[in-house]
Write a protein that binds this ligand. Structure first.
Ligand code: ADP
Ligand code: MG
Length: 729
């Protein structure tokens, strides 16, 4: 039998780095080459249309439909200058990727010929036949009425011959069927709430923007080896595979020299990303072998999310050009680190970043404390929901493993900020608040040394860490759409700030000075948020105990964690901030449960097939060879001597039998568990059944397969081993 594994290993080892042509100009010159950015808008649009569009983009002004035709005309001209023939509405349905349906610009000209046409109507709205996208029952399949609507705040871009128009995706009755629609509402909510609070400190602030800087981790695997691993191909992760003798224990991969083939891939990727306006900045090896990271400079959250979605699809495409497959799964390999996507989040005004560590004036300091504390209040009040926002069947493997904190949301502040907040809490009010006139405020706060701001005492084990001028939400999964976490976080912060304002205003109404009122509410909240602050080691078991005592959400079952979306406090939060209705939340949960079930179902099926069709036959054959050997030994030796010689092989034969029977019995059991689960009507209950009865068997059976991998003749083992998959030559 030809062993695919060896062919693949041989093929992979022969590959050379793909030569990437050096760009002929500097990055600053080819940056955003394929984006209809402001410079191009200015060139291709009439002046008044340009001004109106910028107003929509910058100030959220309502889109004047009358300009849509002019904008479409300008876009079409630019696109045709770039050799583009098609356009598509590009949207983010509730699956993992993005969706697009291409239409050509061509129309009959009425004289038997063709002309290129693209109108404002086609730009602004489309009705993709949306019946196959998940809707959680909002839209009956036979109706198939969902439409996509242009998001003018995210610029259109070109991929190959197609003009891509970022859009929201909404049901005919107005409910969101995507991530972008609620994200945009959340960003609006946080803008309104944060601007109002900013105005206590500076009446000139007119707008607050939410920023996101994501750090994308990923693995690369040689394509030939990938093709010899059906589990990797179908599920994005290896469902079996014994540890490699060497993996990450030497710590020699992190920040190590980037292999040549990978370097070429990165270079190619960065050029393409820069051309699409994604401001790539950082690249390096990650902790695990074959694991890497890429991070652009942070951007406004809606744009940053689009750029991440775009980046993930470019990564996959460019990887193939270089003979790799890019793995975005959170845990492609057991026993080594998985991949996350840290979401660096902050708010900023037209005048600067709001979460910047203490400034020069007392008022600046109070503002910093206010925004930090209210962010923590949001995270505390909705810690279960935030966990739900990052939870998936795939990310569940990473949380609580060796490289990531457990499935408990807490926040690390570092010593400086913790001291600062404690100071505000404990200091004598009169000491802090010296009211001279009514406005002068003396806030004698300890300052944060500059060095610490840049290099905050990093605690890598915290899911939500303060890092100098931002919070880093680290629990987000590498495969996820950041919008899920970002819309939840921004809505929660919007709610906390809106309530903060109501409370402060009530005190002012009673005659308190503005400063005293703010201070009073902030101090109340400092006391309240204590349980969410955890500066210790998030990996330790003691923390799980402690977190439980503090009343934080410690649930670990993904399907049950999703319940957080429809809890009273979540519904109140989303509805009060006009982000999502209870109906939408319920529909989205149906999709989450369904997706969860399908993922485990696919894993379980392919795993069962691999066990029965790949592993057991090979193992049985090897065992027969041993049995044959034992027979022959007994044929040429006699009695005690024969027994002595064949003792070891007898032992292996028995071990193989034990593992084999466990595997066969439990694959059967797993099939039965699926059958039982499949009969359950409720998506929630079904997902729970898959979590409780199917998923654990995958792990239990795997243990025995991995043992067999170490016993059976290496020549016969059919699947590329970890040591082969994980080291790019
Ligand atoms: P780390 O040391 O955390 O790995 P990186 O340089 O890899 O840092 O990534 C940090 C990310 O955080 C980058 O995308 C960076 O632009 C972003 N970032 C920096 N400051 C802010 C901020 N104030 N708000 C949001 N993101 C920020
Ligand atoms: Mg980071």
């Amino acid at each position: 039998m030809a062993n695919l594994r060896f062919k693949a290993v041989e093929e992979a080892s022969k590959k050379k780095a793909v030569v990437v042509a050096k760009p002929t100009s500097r990055p600053s010159e080819f940056y955003a080459k394929y984006v209809f950015d402001r410079a191009k808008m200015f060139k291709y649009l009439p002046a008044d249309v340009y001004a109106k569009l910028v107003d929509v983009m910058d100030n959220g002004a309502a889109l004047d439909r009358s300009i849509a035709d002019e904008v479409a005309k300008g876009m079409k001209l630019w696109a045709m200058d770039m050799g583009v023939t098609h356009y598509t509405h590009w949207f983010q349905p509730l699956t993992e990727g993005t969706a697009e349906k291409h239409d050509a610009f061509v129309e009959h000209d009425g004289k038997g010929g063709m002309l290129e046409k693209f109108s404002g109507k086609l730009l602004a709205q489309q009705e993709p036949d949306a019946s196959s996208f998940p809707s959680g029952g909002i839209r009956n399949t036979f109706e198939a009425r969902g439409y996509s609507a242009w998001d003018p705040t995210s610029p259109v871009f070109i991929i190959d011959d197609t003009l891509c128009i970022p859009t929201v995706f909404i049901s005919y009755t107005g409910e969101a069927l995507d991530y972008k629609a609620p994200l945009k509402k959340a960003l609006h909510a946080v803008n309104v709430a944060a601007t109002a609070v900013c105005n206590y400190f500076d009446p000139n602030v007119t707008k607050v923007v939410s920023n996101l800087g994501w750090e994308q981790e990923y693995f690369l695997v040689d394509e030939a080896l990938y093709a010899a691993r059906p589990d990797l191909m179908l599920t994005g992760r290896t469902l079996m595979g014994h540890d490699s003798a060497k993996n990450q224990q030497m710590d020699d991969h992190y920040f190590g020299t980037i292999p040549e083939r990978v370097q070429a891939f990165m270079k190619d990727l960065e050029i393409q990303a820069l051309e699409l306006g994604i401001p790539c900045k950082t690249r390096h090896n990650e902790v695990a072998p074959n694991q890497f990271e890429l991070a652009p400079i942070f951007e406004e959250t809606n744009l940053a999310v689009d750029h991440n979605m775009l980046m993930m699809s470019i990564m996959k495409r460019v990887a193939r050009k270089h003979g790799f497959r890019c793995l975005l799964h959170e845990k492609p390999f057991k026993g080594i680190n998985g991949s996350g996507k840290h979401n660096n989040w902050s708010l900023s005004t037209d005048t600067g970043i709001l979460l910047h560590a203490p400034g020069k004036t007392a008022l600046d300091n109070l503002r910093f404390v206010t925004f930090t504390v209210e962010t923590l209040k949001a995270v505390y009040d909705h810690n279960g929901l935030l966990k739900a926002s990052i939870m998936s069947a795939t990310n569940a493997h990473r949380l609580g493993a060796n490289e990531a904190p457990p499935a408990i949301i807490s926040s690390f502040l570092g010593k400086s900020v913790t001291d600062l907040i404690e100071h505000v809490e404990k200091a004598d009010t009169d000491d802090i608040l010296q009211v001279a006139g009514k406005t002068a405020l003396k806030l004698d706060l300890p300052s944060i040394p500059e060095l610490l701001i840049d290099n905050t005492d990093r605690n890598r084990t915290s899911p939500f860490a303060f890092t100098g001028n931002r919070f880093e939400f680290r629990a987000v999964g590498s495969e996820a759409n950041c919008a899920s976490a970002m819309l939840t976080l921004n809505t929660a912060v919007a709610e906390a700030l809106a309530e903060f304002k109501v409370r402060v205003d009530a005190l002012i109404e009673k005659g308190e000075s503005k400063e005293a009122a703010i201070l009073k509410v902030v101090r109340e909240d400092i006391k309240y948020i204590k349980p969410i602050i955890f500066n210790g080691n998030g990996y330790g078991d003691e923390w799980k105990e402690e977190a439980k005592k503090r009343g934080l959400d410690c649930e670990t079952s993904a399907p049950i964690i999703f319940d957080n979306y429809t809890s009273d406090s979540s519904v109140k939060m989303f509805e009060s901030q006009n982000v999502m209705t209870k109906f939408e939340l319920e529909a989205r949960n149906e999709i989450k449960w369904e997706t969860y079930t399908k993922k485990i179902q696919i894993e379980s099926r392919i795993f069962g097939d691999l066990c029965l069709n790949h592993i057991i036959p090979v193992v049985t054959k090897y065992q027969s060879m041993l049995i044959d050997n034992v027979h022959k030994v007994h044929a040429i030796f006699s009695g005690e001597k024969a027994h002595q010689i064949s003792k070891e092989n007898m032992h292996i034969i028995e071990k193989i039998s034990d593992h084999e029977s466990f595997i066969i019995e439990n694959v059967d059991k797993m099939v039965e568990a699926r059958k039982v689960a499949n009969k359950i009507e409720s998506e929630r209950e079904k997902a729970i059944a898959y979590h409780d009865t199917v998923a654990p068997l995958l792990e239990e059976i795997r243990y025995h397969v991995d043992k067999l991998e170490c016993i059976v003749d290496d020549e016969a083992w059919p699947l590329p081993k970890y040591r082969e998959l994980l080291f790019i030559r």
